[in-house]
Design a protein around this ligand. Structure first.
Ligand code: MN
Length: 350
């Protein structure tokens, strides 16, 4: 059980006692319920899930293994937590500074609060088989979104229409929602990695970048493909091939126990050798799970070491102002043997 896992690694980190969990994804991780305000995991006994009136009845009906407690209108969850833990210390995951202060006041001083987001991160970054199965399914659905986008892209269509078709296909394939706001960018907009001026119309000769993800029972996927409309120029071919080589190089480097920064470097180096090093402006990748951006981090200053059970993205890109850009992204499972691609939409080399 995940609470037992938390207690085990907490002992190793010398962080025992009561845990208060506020981060919505962390709460889902333990309870499989997304509408709660806070979760208290006491040193012993059942956890208490604090839920406001809006979601209380649903929580009572759906949540198993926790005491569900109503936060009535006008009541403060901080006061309720303070009452339960009486004079004990409280280890917490993360809070906005103002909320932190009000909790500190409720429990009798900041010295009683111990921040420990790292514990939750450590738990969540190695996925269990059940989590992997859901991400795998979310990746399959995302592939269907890319397929729908590919079939929709043509001169005269707007970015918004492409996004609509992709999202419709994913919903029809069983997605619980979009993992994040779908990105469709065409032409010079492709130079903005997250550019979403949805009104733009696709023109002959454009690159079109589509970045999307699906959700299966809270678990997410993340994939990007860049398409070319019509016949590519030599420069477009060069840029695309540099990104594709970096993507391939990184995939070969992803194995257990490798430093994440080394994988990032291998991809950047490939792009730099092609002459575009200054135009790869973001990290190579990130963990994916209950949140679309989690751990480990694949970037130049990351201290993370990849391990079996991580799910990460591999997404090199080149972005050239006033020209456009290319990004190719897959969601990858790290296994004992190496990397397994969970997203498999075809990469169409121009
Ligand atoms: Mn991504």
């Amino acid at each position: 059980m995940r609470i037992e896992k938390l207690r085990k690694i907490a002992v190793k980190d010398n962080k025992q006692g009561n845990f208060a969990v506020f981060n919505p994804a962390n709460i889902v991780y333990f309870t499989n319920f997304s509408g709660a305000t806070a979760l208290l995991i006491p040193e012993q006994g059942e956890g208490i899930l604090f839920v406001s009136g809006t979601n209380y009845q649903q929580a009572k009906a759906e949540v198993k293994g926790f005491n569900v407690e109503l936060i009535k209108r006008g009541e403060s969850v901080m006061q309720k937590i303070a009452q339960v833990i009486s004079d004990g210390r409280l280890t917490i995951d993360t809070l906005p500074i103002e909320t932190w202060r009000s909790l500190a006041k409720a429990v009798g001083g900041e010295e009683k609060l111990e921040p420990a987001f790292g514990l939750f991160r450590k738990l969540r970054e190695v996925k269990e088989p059940g989590e992997i199965a859901l991400i795998r399914q979310a990746c399959k659905i995302a592939d269907s979104g890319i397929k729908a986008a590919a079939e929709t892209i043509r001169p005269g269509i707007t970015q918004r229409e492409i996004a609509a078709e992709a999202e419709y296909a994913m919903r029809k394939s069983g997605s619980d929602g979009v993992a994040f706001e779908t990105i469709v960018s065409a032409g010079v907009c492709c130079a903005f990695p997250h550019g979403t001026s949805m009104n733009r119309t696709v023109e002959e000769g454009d690159f079109v970048t589509v970045d999307l993800g699906a959700i299966q029972q809270f678990y997410r996927s993340d994939i990007t493909r860049t398409f070319i409309v019509g016949k590519p120029t030599d420069k477009q071919k060069n840029v695309y091939q540099a990104v594709q080589s970096a993507h391939q190089r990184a995939l070969e480097k992803i194995v257990p126990n490798v430093l994440a920064s080394k994988v990032d470097w291998a991809a950047w180096r490939t792009i730099d050798k092609a002459g575009y090093g200054d135009f790869f402006v973001h990290n190579l990748g990130h963990g994916v799970g209950l949140e679309v951006h989690e751990w480990p981090v694949l970037g130049p200053d990351s201290k993370d070491v990849l391990q079996a059970g991580n799910v990460v993205t591999n997404e090199p890109g080149i972005y050239i102002p006033k020209f456009g850009g290319v990004r190719i992204e897959d969601t990858i499972l790290i296994t004992d043997r190496g990397a397994e691609k969970l997203t498999n939409a075809p990469i169409l080399t121009p």
